[in-house]
Design a protein around this ligand. Structure first.
Ligand SMILES: O=P(O)(O)OC[C@H](O)CO
Ligand SMILES: [Mg+2]
Length: 240
């Protein structure tokens, strides 16, 4: 990678790109809610004597509820036994109980970007009702977001990997923002695909159980958001 003079004789790597706006995925990225979906889906599938695996998880994660329900029923060969609507109804009670106990996975970066006046927002496939349950104990962090776009937003015609949600998120920032100035943080293959389809940069922070083949579209892959260096993307450096 090329270097630039960082002053005092130090050479710092040239940024991969210079972005001005940052978009965060929510489930599995800002919040540890993906584990709840996995747990509940494992339980439902076990009733049919089947095992929920990570290739199915990879196809479902990041999608709108009905889209992922259809994948679940089709891929598991449950047509005739369970409809997507019944699947959603069955998992609803379990998820509603679990969501309020979710934990935040990213703190420092959000505060850093906000303190440096980098516009940040959330783009989640999750719908309004689930968003409220998941964020009820994390209002302080979500208040730092310029806006939130959810999966049931009228502008989000198709879920990830359609670019709809990220383009809607970009348009709601102030001013005229170009996709090439947006950096997206994602955990899901469909989410990385959506960011790339929108013409944006994508940093993927995948669950280690996800096959590495799902990482190839991402511009950067991190095992933890703690490893993220803002200067690699032309963003202000952490102070210490
Ligand atoms: O990862 P998100 O935030 O787009 O959420 C999508 C679904 O609700 C869960 O996979
Ligand atoms: Mg996600």
């Amino acid at each position: 990678m090329a270097s630039v003079d960082a002053g005092e004789g130090q050479a710092a790597p040239a940024p991969r790109a210079t972005v001005s706006h940052v978009i965060f995925d929510m489930d599995g990225l800002l919040l540890d809610t993906e584990g709840f979906y996995t747990e509940v889906q494992e339980r439902i599938l076990a009733r049919y004597g089947k095992v929920f695996d990570w290739s199915l998880k990879a196809k479902m994660m990041g999608k709108k509820a009905m889209e992922s329900a259809r994948i679940f029923v089709d891929e598991c060969g449950l047509a005739g036994l369970l409809t997507p609507e019944q699947f959603l109804e069955e998992r609803e009670g379990m998820l509603q109980e679990l969501f309020p106990s979710c934990a935040v996975r990213v703190v420092r970066l959000i505060h850093h970007l906000h303190a440096n006046e980098i516009p940040i927002c959330v783009a989640t496939g999750s719908h309004k009702r689930h968003f409220a349950l998941k964020t009820q104990n994390h209002q302080e962090m979500f208040a730092l977001m310029h806006h939130v776009v959810m999966g049931d937003d009228p502008e989000v015609k198709a879920g990830k990997p359609s670019p709809d949600i990220f383009l809607a998120a970009m348009r709601r920032f102030e001013g005229n923002v170009e996709p090439s100035k947006c950096l997206v943080f994602e955990d899901a293959p469909s989410g990385v695909g959506a960011a790339k389809n929108a013409g944006m940069y994508a940093v993927m922070v995948p669950d280690p159980r996800l096959d590495v083949s799902y990482q190839k579209e991402a511009d950067q892959v991190l095992s933890s958001l703690l490893d993220f260096n803002p200067t690699e993307w032309g963003l202000p450096p952490f102070k210490e």
